[in-house]
Design a protein around this ligand. Structure first.
Ligand code: PLP
Length: 231
């Protein structure tokens, strides 16, 4: 049976190779270890093996879990957020990947002001236009980006997307490419601020992170390939 440390090493190798195939520096890709519904021992094993960035998408679970782990970790929120839970998310997390509407952004901003905190956020895009998925539509993205960019306590650092599920990673490739094109278009219009290099594209999970990196992902969110199946 492979251990979390073995899995982490193999994922890092796969990330490096995918980056090299795309002519990119492997250091330009950040691995977010998605620890939702995983045993604390497995999370500790990942930390011991050097992993420092984790992703959670259930607020309740994360609120119990985060204080149990060392302060030097960085926690990304990657789940749907009800506006009335924004205060708790703003308090607990280092980065929120799932800002998809102005009302939520304003609620996060308001609580960050109280906390005297600048919160990095990504805007979640519903790139497959799926009715059941969260995310702003590509047409509404420029307006949301501009409005969130005006909020003093949020800093827009990237875009996040989850393409329609398919067991074949090649099916996701056109969606990853569409995200990269969307980001390029926004950059040309000057809508990505002055973070020309640092703007993140969070896309790719256990089944398709290599394809996502080939198409320009700078952040991949990997759960089961690292920790095994969830409870
Ligand atoms: C659960 C989850 C992941 C990780 O999925 P795996 O297939 O286990 O790698 C990534 N992103 C989001 C938004 C998730 O909810």
């Amino acid at each position: 049976m492979s251990t979390v440390a073995d899995n982490l090493q193999s994922i890092q190798t796969r990330i490096s190779r995918a980056a090299q195939r795309a002519g990119r520096d492997p250091e330009s890709v950040t691995l977010v270890a998605v620890s939702k519904r995983q045993e604390p021992e497995k999370i500790r094993a990942a930390i011991s093996a050097g992993q420092q960035v984790f992703g959670e998408n259930y607020l309740q679970d994360a609120a119990a879990k985060i204080p149990e782990f060392p302060d030097f970790l960085r926690w990304h929120f990657i789940g749907h957020i009800q506006t009335n839970k924004a205060a708790r998310v703003a308090e607990l997390f280092d980065l929120v990947e799932t800002v998809d509407r102005l009302k939520l952004a304003r609620a996060l901003d308001k609580h960050c002001r109280v906390l005297n905190k600048i919160l990095p956020v990504y805007i979640q895009v519903n790139i497959g236009r799926e009715a059941q998925k969260s995310g702003v539509s590509p047409e509404d993205l420029p307006q949301l980006l501009t409005a969130v960019g005006d909020l003093a306590n949020l800093r827009v650092e990237g875009l996040m997307a989850m393409p329609p599920y398919s067991p074949d990673p090649e099916e996701a490739r056109p969606y990853f490419r569409a995200m990269a094109d969307l980001a390029d278009g926004l950059r040309e219009k000057g809508l990505l601020g002055n973070q020309r290099e640092g703007f993140a594209l969070s896309m790719g999970m256990s089944g398709d992170f290599e394809v996502a990196i080939e198409e320009g992902a700078t952040v991949v969110r990997v759960g089961t390939a690292l920790f095994g199946t969830r409870d």
